[in-house]
Design a protein around this ligand. Structure first.
Ligand SMILES: *Cc1c(COP(=O)(O)O)cnc(C)c1O
Length: 436
């Protein structure tokens, strides 16, 4: 507890709710016109385009290492689906159409982390391979899977700190390329995620402590060795850009369904937030494409609402949920983060529309409701995406009244299902409440 901070910020409505573990909605009062705000940023749409091209160069290699991506020509992408049954069962009073972006089905890593984590491993790989003269940018990168190149990569180590999913994406992709992969995992990490990583050839270091401590240790260990890269979830520009590529992919998928986002058809996107990299990158990408016509919201568990606290106070990574007497514990392991990324929080300051929080008790009922209505399985963290139409429904409706002037029925709502497909069957059954 930090009595100084509590005295200074405890009366802000969102912080007061947060401290009482009450579900809340914080609307960003520092929001600016998207175009103007983007002009002042250290990253641009050109950086996102560069990341997208890099992913395209690696597509032949991805296809070779991960044959499950062959049907998408080596592109790691997930489907989007309209969820009419869920909408009519649970969201009929919210104007607009409901869609789920199924990053829960992303190949290789089964979560949104397959975007950022794998992208950064590929970026490291390209930098190494180009500077060692192994390839040129125009070559077929699939040749990097040959034994002599694997031997080259095996001299390098890639490390990351993780509550689970980032570790899976980095560990699986790095080990597949031949690197030594070391993942530092926090106490929140689920056992099956550790087991899976070891089975895929990564080393797992376990910590009693939380995510921040795992990251700190990993960063320190990595700094000690010469040929080691640490993928830093709290500060990484490359992770962020890998996530941002999702935006143009989403745009193309919507256009395939004859949905064209604009003033007459606004897009509302809801993304679960841990440290902020994934939802921040996706938001950045979407704002570069759609400007003020996309409304982006993060969603967090009430007991680990670090981005809410960082943004509402403006103190970003200088505050933790513990400073406000909140314990940081949640069943949503992918979101169990106590302190937000400063890099992401600052970038989001003029862009993010708001943050919804939700209590753990509701996540499992969302999980079951989406599964029974739509047959889509999500892990508990991903279920937080539905906070705005469950815990925050009245606030969302007010927000729509206040900010959408045209036909409200035209709104396209996208719930970002951030993970799920790798969850083992016995845990799925447990979560779904099946007894036999
Ligand atoms: C990591 C993760 C998030 C949030 O991403 P951050 O970059 O930590 O904000 C959301 N959902 C799932 C399932 C995740 O694994």
């Amino acid at each position: 507890m930090n009595t100084e901070y509590i005295k200074r910020y405890g009366k802000l409505p969102a912080i007061a709710d947060a401290m009482q573990l009450k579900e809340t909605f914080w609307e960003n009062d520092k929001l600016q016109d998207a175009k103007k705000a983007l002009l002042k940023m250290p990253l641009s749409s050109g950086d996102v385009a560069d990341a997208a091209q890099r992913l395209d160069r690696f597509a032949p290699l991805i296809m070779k290492l991960f044959p499950e991506t062959a049907c998408a020509n080596g592109r790691i992408e997930s489907p989007i689906r309209e969820v009419k049954t869920y909408k009519s069962n649970f969201g009929d009073d919210v104007p607009g159409r409901f869609f789920i972006k199924q990053d829960s089905e992303l190949p290789v890593a089964g979560s949104v982390k397959a975007r950022g984590g794998i992208y950064e491993v590929l970026k490291i790989t390209e930098d190494l391979a180009l500077s060692a003269g192994l390839i040129d940018k125009g070559d077929d990168y699939a040749q990097l899977t040959r034994t002599k190149y694997r031997e080259f990569f095996s001299r390098y180590t890639i490390q990351a700190g993780s509550t689970g999913n980032l570790g899976l994406s980095i560990g699986i992709s790095a080990a597949a390329l031949g690197y030594r992969a070391i993942i530092h995992m926090s106490a929140d990490a689920k056992q099956w995620k550790k087991d899976l990583l070891r089975q895929k050839g990564a080393e797992v270091r376990e910590y009693e402590a939380d995510y921040l401590e795992a990251v700190r240790q990993g960063r320190e260990d990595s700094a000690k060795s010469k040929n080691s890269f640490f993928i830093d979830d709290e500060n990484s520009r490359d992770l962020f850009l890998g996530y941002a590529v999702a935006a143009e992919r989403l745009k193309a998928q919507l256009e395939e369904k004859c949905i064209f986002i604009g003033a007459e058809q606004p897009l509302f996107v809801y993304i679960p937030c841990g440290v902020g990299g994934a939802p921040g990158g996706i938001t950045f990408g979407l704002k570069t494409l759609f400007g003020n016509n996309v409304h982006c919201f993060f969603t967090e568990p009430v007991r680990s609402c670090c981005m809410l606290i960082g943004m509402a106070t403006g103190l970003h990574n200088r505050v933790s949920v513990q400073d406000f007497g909140i314990d940081g514990k949640t069943c949503a392991d992918g979101l169990a983060v106590s302190r937000p990324s400063s890099f992401v929080g600052k970038l989001m300051e003029p862009l993010l529309n708001g943050i919804f929080t939700i209590s753990d008790g509701r996540l499992v009922s969302i999980l079951r409701n989406v599964y029974t209505s739509e047959g889509i399985f999500m892990e508990p963290s991903a279920c937080a995406a539905f906070a705005p139409v469950v815990s925050g429904k009245e606030q969302l409706k007010d927000y729509i009244e206040k900010h959408v002037y045209g036909q409200k029925e035209n709104i396209i709502h996208v719930f970002w299902a951030t993970g799920g497909s790798l969850v083992p069957e016995y845990i799925r059954r447990e979560l779904l409440g099946k007894t036999n």
